[in-house]
Structure formats: C-alpha cells, structure tokens
Unconditional design. Structure first.
Ligand code: GLU
Length: 308
C-alpha cells in the first residue's frame, strides 16, 4: 500500500498569522499521529501578490514553532510544464475553453434572459457562452474548465457530505500565461502523491472544483479535511482591524512559541484553560474528534494572555 501523505502549502503572499499556524499545526499533528509523511510546498505562482522574503520568513517561523516536514520543500513555480500538459489534456477532452469574458460579463450572462431561464437548473453556464468563447482565440485569454452543471458532493472527513450547486466555470490558466491555483494545486498534489489534504474551510468550495479536475484526469482524489477558520469578535475573518495576529510580530515582541501553541491547543479542543504548550504537547493531546466544526473567535482576552 502507498504511504499516506499530506502537505503544508503556504503561499508567500503575506505574513503567516494565527489562522495559518492553526491549520498547519493540526495538519502536522494528524500526520504525526498516523505516521503519514508531511511535505512542504511553497505555492508561489501568484506572481503579483508574491512578497519578497515571505517564503524564507515562513520557514523560520515553522522552525520556531517546532513544525517539521519530510524532504526538501517543493517550489510550485518549478512545475509549470506538467501543469501545461494537464491543461492540454483537458483541452483535448473538450473540457477546457478559452474565455475572453470578464467576471462581470459572466455575472451578467447569468441574469440575462436566455433559453435556460425557465428550467429548474439555474443558468450558471449557458452553453452559448462556452461555444462563443471557444471560437475567439486571437488575444490572450483565460482558459476555463467546463464545470459540472449538476450538484456535486464532497465527502469531508470533518464536515461530512457537503453539496455544491453548479458554479462558475473556474479558471485553469490565466491570460498572463500562468496556471491558476485550482489547476496548480491538483497537479502538484497528484504528482506528489498527496493522499490527505487538510486546510481551512475557506477552500471547501475549491474542493468541489478540484474534485472535478481529478475525475476529468482519471486521478484518485485525496481525502479532504476542512478546518474551522479563526475569526474576530465581529464574526469576520482575522484581519488588521482585529489587531496584529502575524506570528512574526508575536515573535519580535518576545511572545514565547509555547504561548502561541497553547492558544492553538485551546482552539483545537486539546485543553482548557489556556496553558503554554510545546508542539510535542500539542501532538500528544490532539484528537481529531475534538476539533470544533464552527469557526473560532480570537478574543481580546486570548490576545492579552499571549502577551502576559
Ligand atoms: N496555498 C494555499 C493558501 O495558502 C493553500 C492551498 C491548499 O491547501 O490547497 O491558502
């Protein structure tokens, strides 16, 4: 039997914050408890959003927290050729088409009256759009995937079976001649033989798109685990207005890594009340069954405890 394998897949587009480390620590703990391999992949294909020095800082922070991985880090941008081959295969199968439409034009096409309007299926992707776009190819365009027009189901190991209504034809290759996140992540996870994908629930919808790509390519999809996000008191995703939750800031202000991990241990349902923990303590106490399914609020009291 092939070994089970997961990955830590940070994007060097900004500093790591508490929410990222929460996901990574849990990914690592699940893998270690089951003797799976943990790979590290730097997802650096988002050229315009990439920040100089971010990848190096991420590696330092992983070490500071006590997160380890197997083998060398894989740099996603080194694998464009195989992603291009996957795109070519999808084009050959008539599952990809080039699309000159902007997101706005696609939105408008949904509300415009057309032949599907009165059918029970919502008009997410009228066939004439796909056809119209397939005929224009004289300018740089996105390539889109002809996504399913039926409700898709994803089996998530934490959340159970999740249905997804038909959605946009997502981008596979951008007009700047680069693979999209959806295509890149599937190609890499397949090439790296990743069997278990563990990440924040903001990527749950992406799992339904990625699953379609796996099936189109005849590849075995991984097991999916989507973790709760860390949110502020106002119910919104952690952002600057909730204070500075960057790990580099805590580190620069001499907050001990054991405090950060202690907070993660509380959030993961490992222990109550807040107590300092090492990564090894976290691993020992961790139980997948205790992870909450609801998003988790980062409170001002918790912030105070980090600095206390
Ligand atoms: N690189 C992505 C991110 O940092 C994660 C991708 C994934 O886990 O599939 O949000």
């Amino acid at each position: 039997m092939n070994p089970r394998r997961t990955r830590l897949a940070p994007s060097p587009t900004g500093a790591l914050h508490l929410g990222n480390i929460f996901s990574f620590l849990i990914t690592w703990a699940i893998a270690k408890q089951h003797n799976w391999e943990v790979l590290l992949r730097i997802e650096d294909i988002d050229g315009p959003r990439k920040k100089t020095g971010a990848a190096k800082e991420m590696l330092e922070i992983f070490k500071w927290i006590g997160l380890h991985w197997d083998g060398d880090a894989h740099i996603q941008s080194s694998g464009f050729n195989s992603m291009r081959c996957t795109l070519d295969s999808l084009i050959e199968q008539n599952l990809a088409y080039h699309c000159t439409l902007t997101r706005k034009e696609i939105e408008d096409s949904r509300s415009a009256p057309h032949e599907l309007k009165n059918q029970s299926m919502p008009p997410y992707r009228p066939p004439h759009i796909r056809k119209h776009n397939a005929e224009k190819n004289n300018q740089p365009t996105n390539w889109r995937f002809t996504s399913s027009l039926q409700t898709e189901h994803i089996k998530d190991e934490l959340l159970g079976i999740k249905p997804f209504k038909p959605s946009d034809d997502f981008v596979l290759w951008t007009k700047d001649d680069a693979p999209s996140y959806q295509l890149a992540v599937v190609c890499d996870d397949h090439a790296q033989k990743v069997t278990d994908v563990i990440r924040g629930n903001d990527l749950l919808q992406s799992a339904s798109w990625q699953d379609q790509l796996y099936r189109a390519m005849g590849w075995e999809p991984p097991n999916w685990y989507h973790l709760p996000l860390i949110i502020g008191n106002d119910g919104k995703r952690l952002a600057k207005r909730h204070g500075d939750s960057r790990i580099s800031t805590f580190r620069n202000q001499n907050v001990a890594p054991e405090r950060i991990i202690g907070l993660m241990a509380k959030w993961a349902g490992n222990r109550q009340p807040l107590t300092s923990s090492t990564a090894q303590d976290f691993l020992q106490d961790f139980d997948l069954k205790n992870i909450p399914t609801e998003n988790i609020v980062y409170t001002p009291e918790e912030e105070q405890w980090l600095y206390a």
